[in-house]
Design a protein around this ligand. Structure first.
Ligand SMILES: Nc1ncnc2c1ncn2[C@@H]1O[C@H](COP(=O)(O)OP(=O)(O)O)[C@@H](O)[C@H]1O
Ligand SMILES: [Mg+2]
Length: 419
C-alpha cells in the first residue's frame, strides 16, 4: 500500500513499506523547503528510510482505547500494520501533516460534530464509546461493525481528536478525571503559563480541550511534534527518557538562540508545574513543539496536566521522567540546579516562578464551592464531593513539593484563603 503525505493539504511525499518492515518516505520533486513533514526530515531528494515507521507518523497512531475501538469497527487487521492504521486515521492527525490513501481527499471534513451535545449531554462511558465509534471511522466507507463490546473502563483514558477539539472521557477507574485536569489546567492559566483552553461538560464526565495546533489568523494548521517523536522513541517508550535529554533535543532542533531561550524558559515553568501538581503522567508525549517554519518555533501550551497522585493506583508513582538522575517528588537542590543550568532560569526568577504557581494552586482551590452549586445535576454534585478530597490533598502535596525545592513564603501567607 502506498500512502500520500500532505502538508497543509498539499501532497508532498509518498509513504510505503515495500517489505512490511522498513518504511520509506520520499518527497515529490519540487516540494518547497518549507513543506517539510518533520523537523527531523528536511526536504531532500533522497528517501527517508526507517527500520520502523518514521517517528513523526508514529506520533499520530492511535493507541489503547481508540485503537481497540477501531479494531472493533474495522476488524482486527486494522492494527496489524501501522500503514493500515494510518490509512484510516491519518487525515485526523495533530499538526499540519496528514496521511491518506490514494484518491482520498485530505481536506474532507470528518463527521459533523456538535460540541453542545458534549457539554450538555450524556457523557457516560457508554455514550463516550458510542461517540468515538461514530467519529473514529469517519471518512471510511463500506464499514460494517464487527463486534460490539469493549468498554472504556478497561483503558486508562479515552481521547478523541476532532477538527478543532479534543474530547476526553472519564473512566470509572479515575473518578473526577475531567474536573481534575480542568482545574490543573486552570492552575496553569492562573500562573500565566500558555495553556490549552478547556471546559468540562455539565455532567462532569467529559473534558473538552481546544486544539492549539490551529492558526486562527491564517486558518491553517501549525506544525506540531512531541518530544517522544523528536527523540525518535516509539510511543510506548514515552517514559524512557529524561528531562536532560529533552532539553538537549530541543537545543538540537531549535537553532535560533532567541527561540531556544524562550522555549527552555517555558519548559522550566512546565516542569515546575508538573512537580507542584504531582503529575506522574508527564512523559515525552505530553511536551511538544509548535511551529510555522523551521525558524518560527515555540513550546506548545500546557496540555494533559493533572494531579495523578490523588488516585490510589498512582499515589506512590514517582515522576514519569527523571531529572538529575533521580525520579522523586523531593528533588531537593537537583530541580533548582537543573532549571538554573539547563533552562537558564536565574535564582531570583526561580523563586518568583514557584510563588506564581503556588499562588495559582491556592487560588484555584476555592473554586470548588462554585462547582458544588445546587444548580448542577446530581452526578456532578457527587463528583464534586469526590474531587474535593483529592484536590485538597493535592494542595498540601503541592505545598510540600514547592517547599522541597525552595521555601515559599507566599503559600504560607495565603493559607487563610484555603477552603
Ligand atoms: N490542545 C491541544 N491541541 C493540539 N493537540 C493536542 C492538544 N492537547 C493534546 N494534544 C495532542 O493530543 C494528544 C492526546 O492528548 P492528551 O491530552 O495528551 O491525551 P491523553 O490523556 O490521551 O494522553 C497529545 O499527545 C498531543 O499530541
Ligand atoms: Mg497525553
Amino acid at each position: 500500500m502506498k500512502l500520500h503525505v500532505f502538508v497543509h493539504n498539499q501532497a508532498v511525499a509518498t509513504l510505503e513499506s515495500p517489505d512490511g518492515f522498513k518504511h520509506v518516505m520520499t518527497y515529490h520533486e519540487s516540494v518547497a523547503d518549507t513543506q517539510f513533514t518533520s523537523l527531523l526530515m528536511p526536504v531532500r531528494t533522497e528517501s527517508y528510510v526507517y527500520p520502523e515507521l518514521h517517528p513523526m507518523f508514529r506520533m499520530n497512531l492511535p493507541e489503547g482505547f481508540l485503537l481497540s475501538i477501531l479494531q472493533e469497527e474495522l476488524g482486527p487487521h486494522v492494527g496489524a500494520s501501522p500503514l493500515n492504521l494510518l490509512a484510516v486515521v491519518g487525515r485526523n492527525a495533530i499538526g499540519r501533516v496528514k496521511v491518506a490513501p490514494a484518491n482520498a481527499d485530505p481536506s474532507q471534513a470528518p463527521v459533523a460534530f456538535e460540541v453542545s451535545e458534549i457539554l450538555r449531554g450524556d457523557n457516560s462511558e457508554e455514550a463516550f464509546v458510542r461517540l468515538v465509534r461514530r467519529h473514529a471511522v469517519s471518512g471510511v466507507s463500506g464499514v460494517v461493525p464487527k463486534f460490539l463490546s469493549n468498554a472504556l473502563g478497561e483503558h486508562k483514558k479515552g481521547t478523541l481528536t476532532t477538527e478543532r477539539l479534543i474530547i476526553k472521557g472519564t473512566t470509572s477507574r479515575f473518578p473526577g478525571l475531567a474536573l481534575n485536569e480542568h482545574l490543573c489546567m486552570e492552575v496553569a492559566r492562573r500562573a500565566s503559563l500558555p495553556t490549552a483552553k478547556t471546559d468540562v461538560s455539565d455532567d462532569g464526565q467529559a473534558l473538552i480541550v481546544e486544539r492549539f495546533d490551529y492558526d486562527t489568523s491564517t486558518q491553517t494548521r501549525l506544525g506540531m511534534e512531541d518530544l517522544c517523536s523528536l527523540l525518535a522513541l516509539r510511543p510506548e517508550q514515552k517514559y524512557e527518557t529524561t528531562w536532560e535529554r529533552i532539553v538537549n533535543r530541543i537545543k538540537d532542533v531549535v537553532t535560533s538562540p532567541e527561540h531556544q531561550t524562550k522555549i527552555l524558559s517555558d519548559l522550566a515553568d512546565q516542569i515546575l508545574l508538573t512537580y507542584t501538581l504531582k503529575n506522574a503522567d508527564c512523559h515525552s508525549k505530553n511536551v511538544s513543539l509548535l511551529y510555522r517554519s523551521k525558524t518560527d518555533i515555540w513550546l506548545a501550551p500546557v496540555y494533559d496536566m493533572l494531579t495523578t497522585a490523588v488516585y490510589d493506583d498512582y499515589a506512590k508513582n514517582p515522576p514519569g521522567l527523571s531529572l538529575g538522575g533521580r525520579s522523586t517528588w523531593k528533588p531537593g537542590k537537583s530541580l533548582e540546579i537543573f532549571l538554573q543550568t539547563r533552562c537558564n532560569v536565574r535564582p531570583a526568577q526561580l523563586k518568583q516562578r514557584i510563588e506564581r504557581i503556588c499562588e495559582a494552586v491556592v487560588s484555584v482551590t476555592p473554586v470548588f464551592p462554585l462547582y458544588a452549586d445546587d444548580s448542577f445535576s446530581g452526578p456532578f454534585s457527587a463528583l464534586t464531593v469526590l474531587a474535593l478530597g483529592p484536590m485538597g490533598r493535592s494542595l498540601h502535596r503541592a505545598e510540600a513539593a514547592c517547599s522541597a525545592s525552595v521555601s515559599v513564603t507566599t503559600v504560607a501567607g495565603s493559607k487563610g484563603r484555603m477552603v
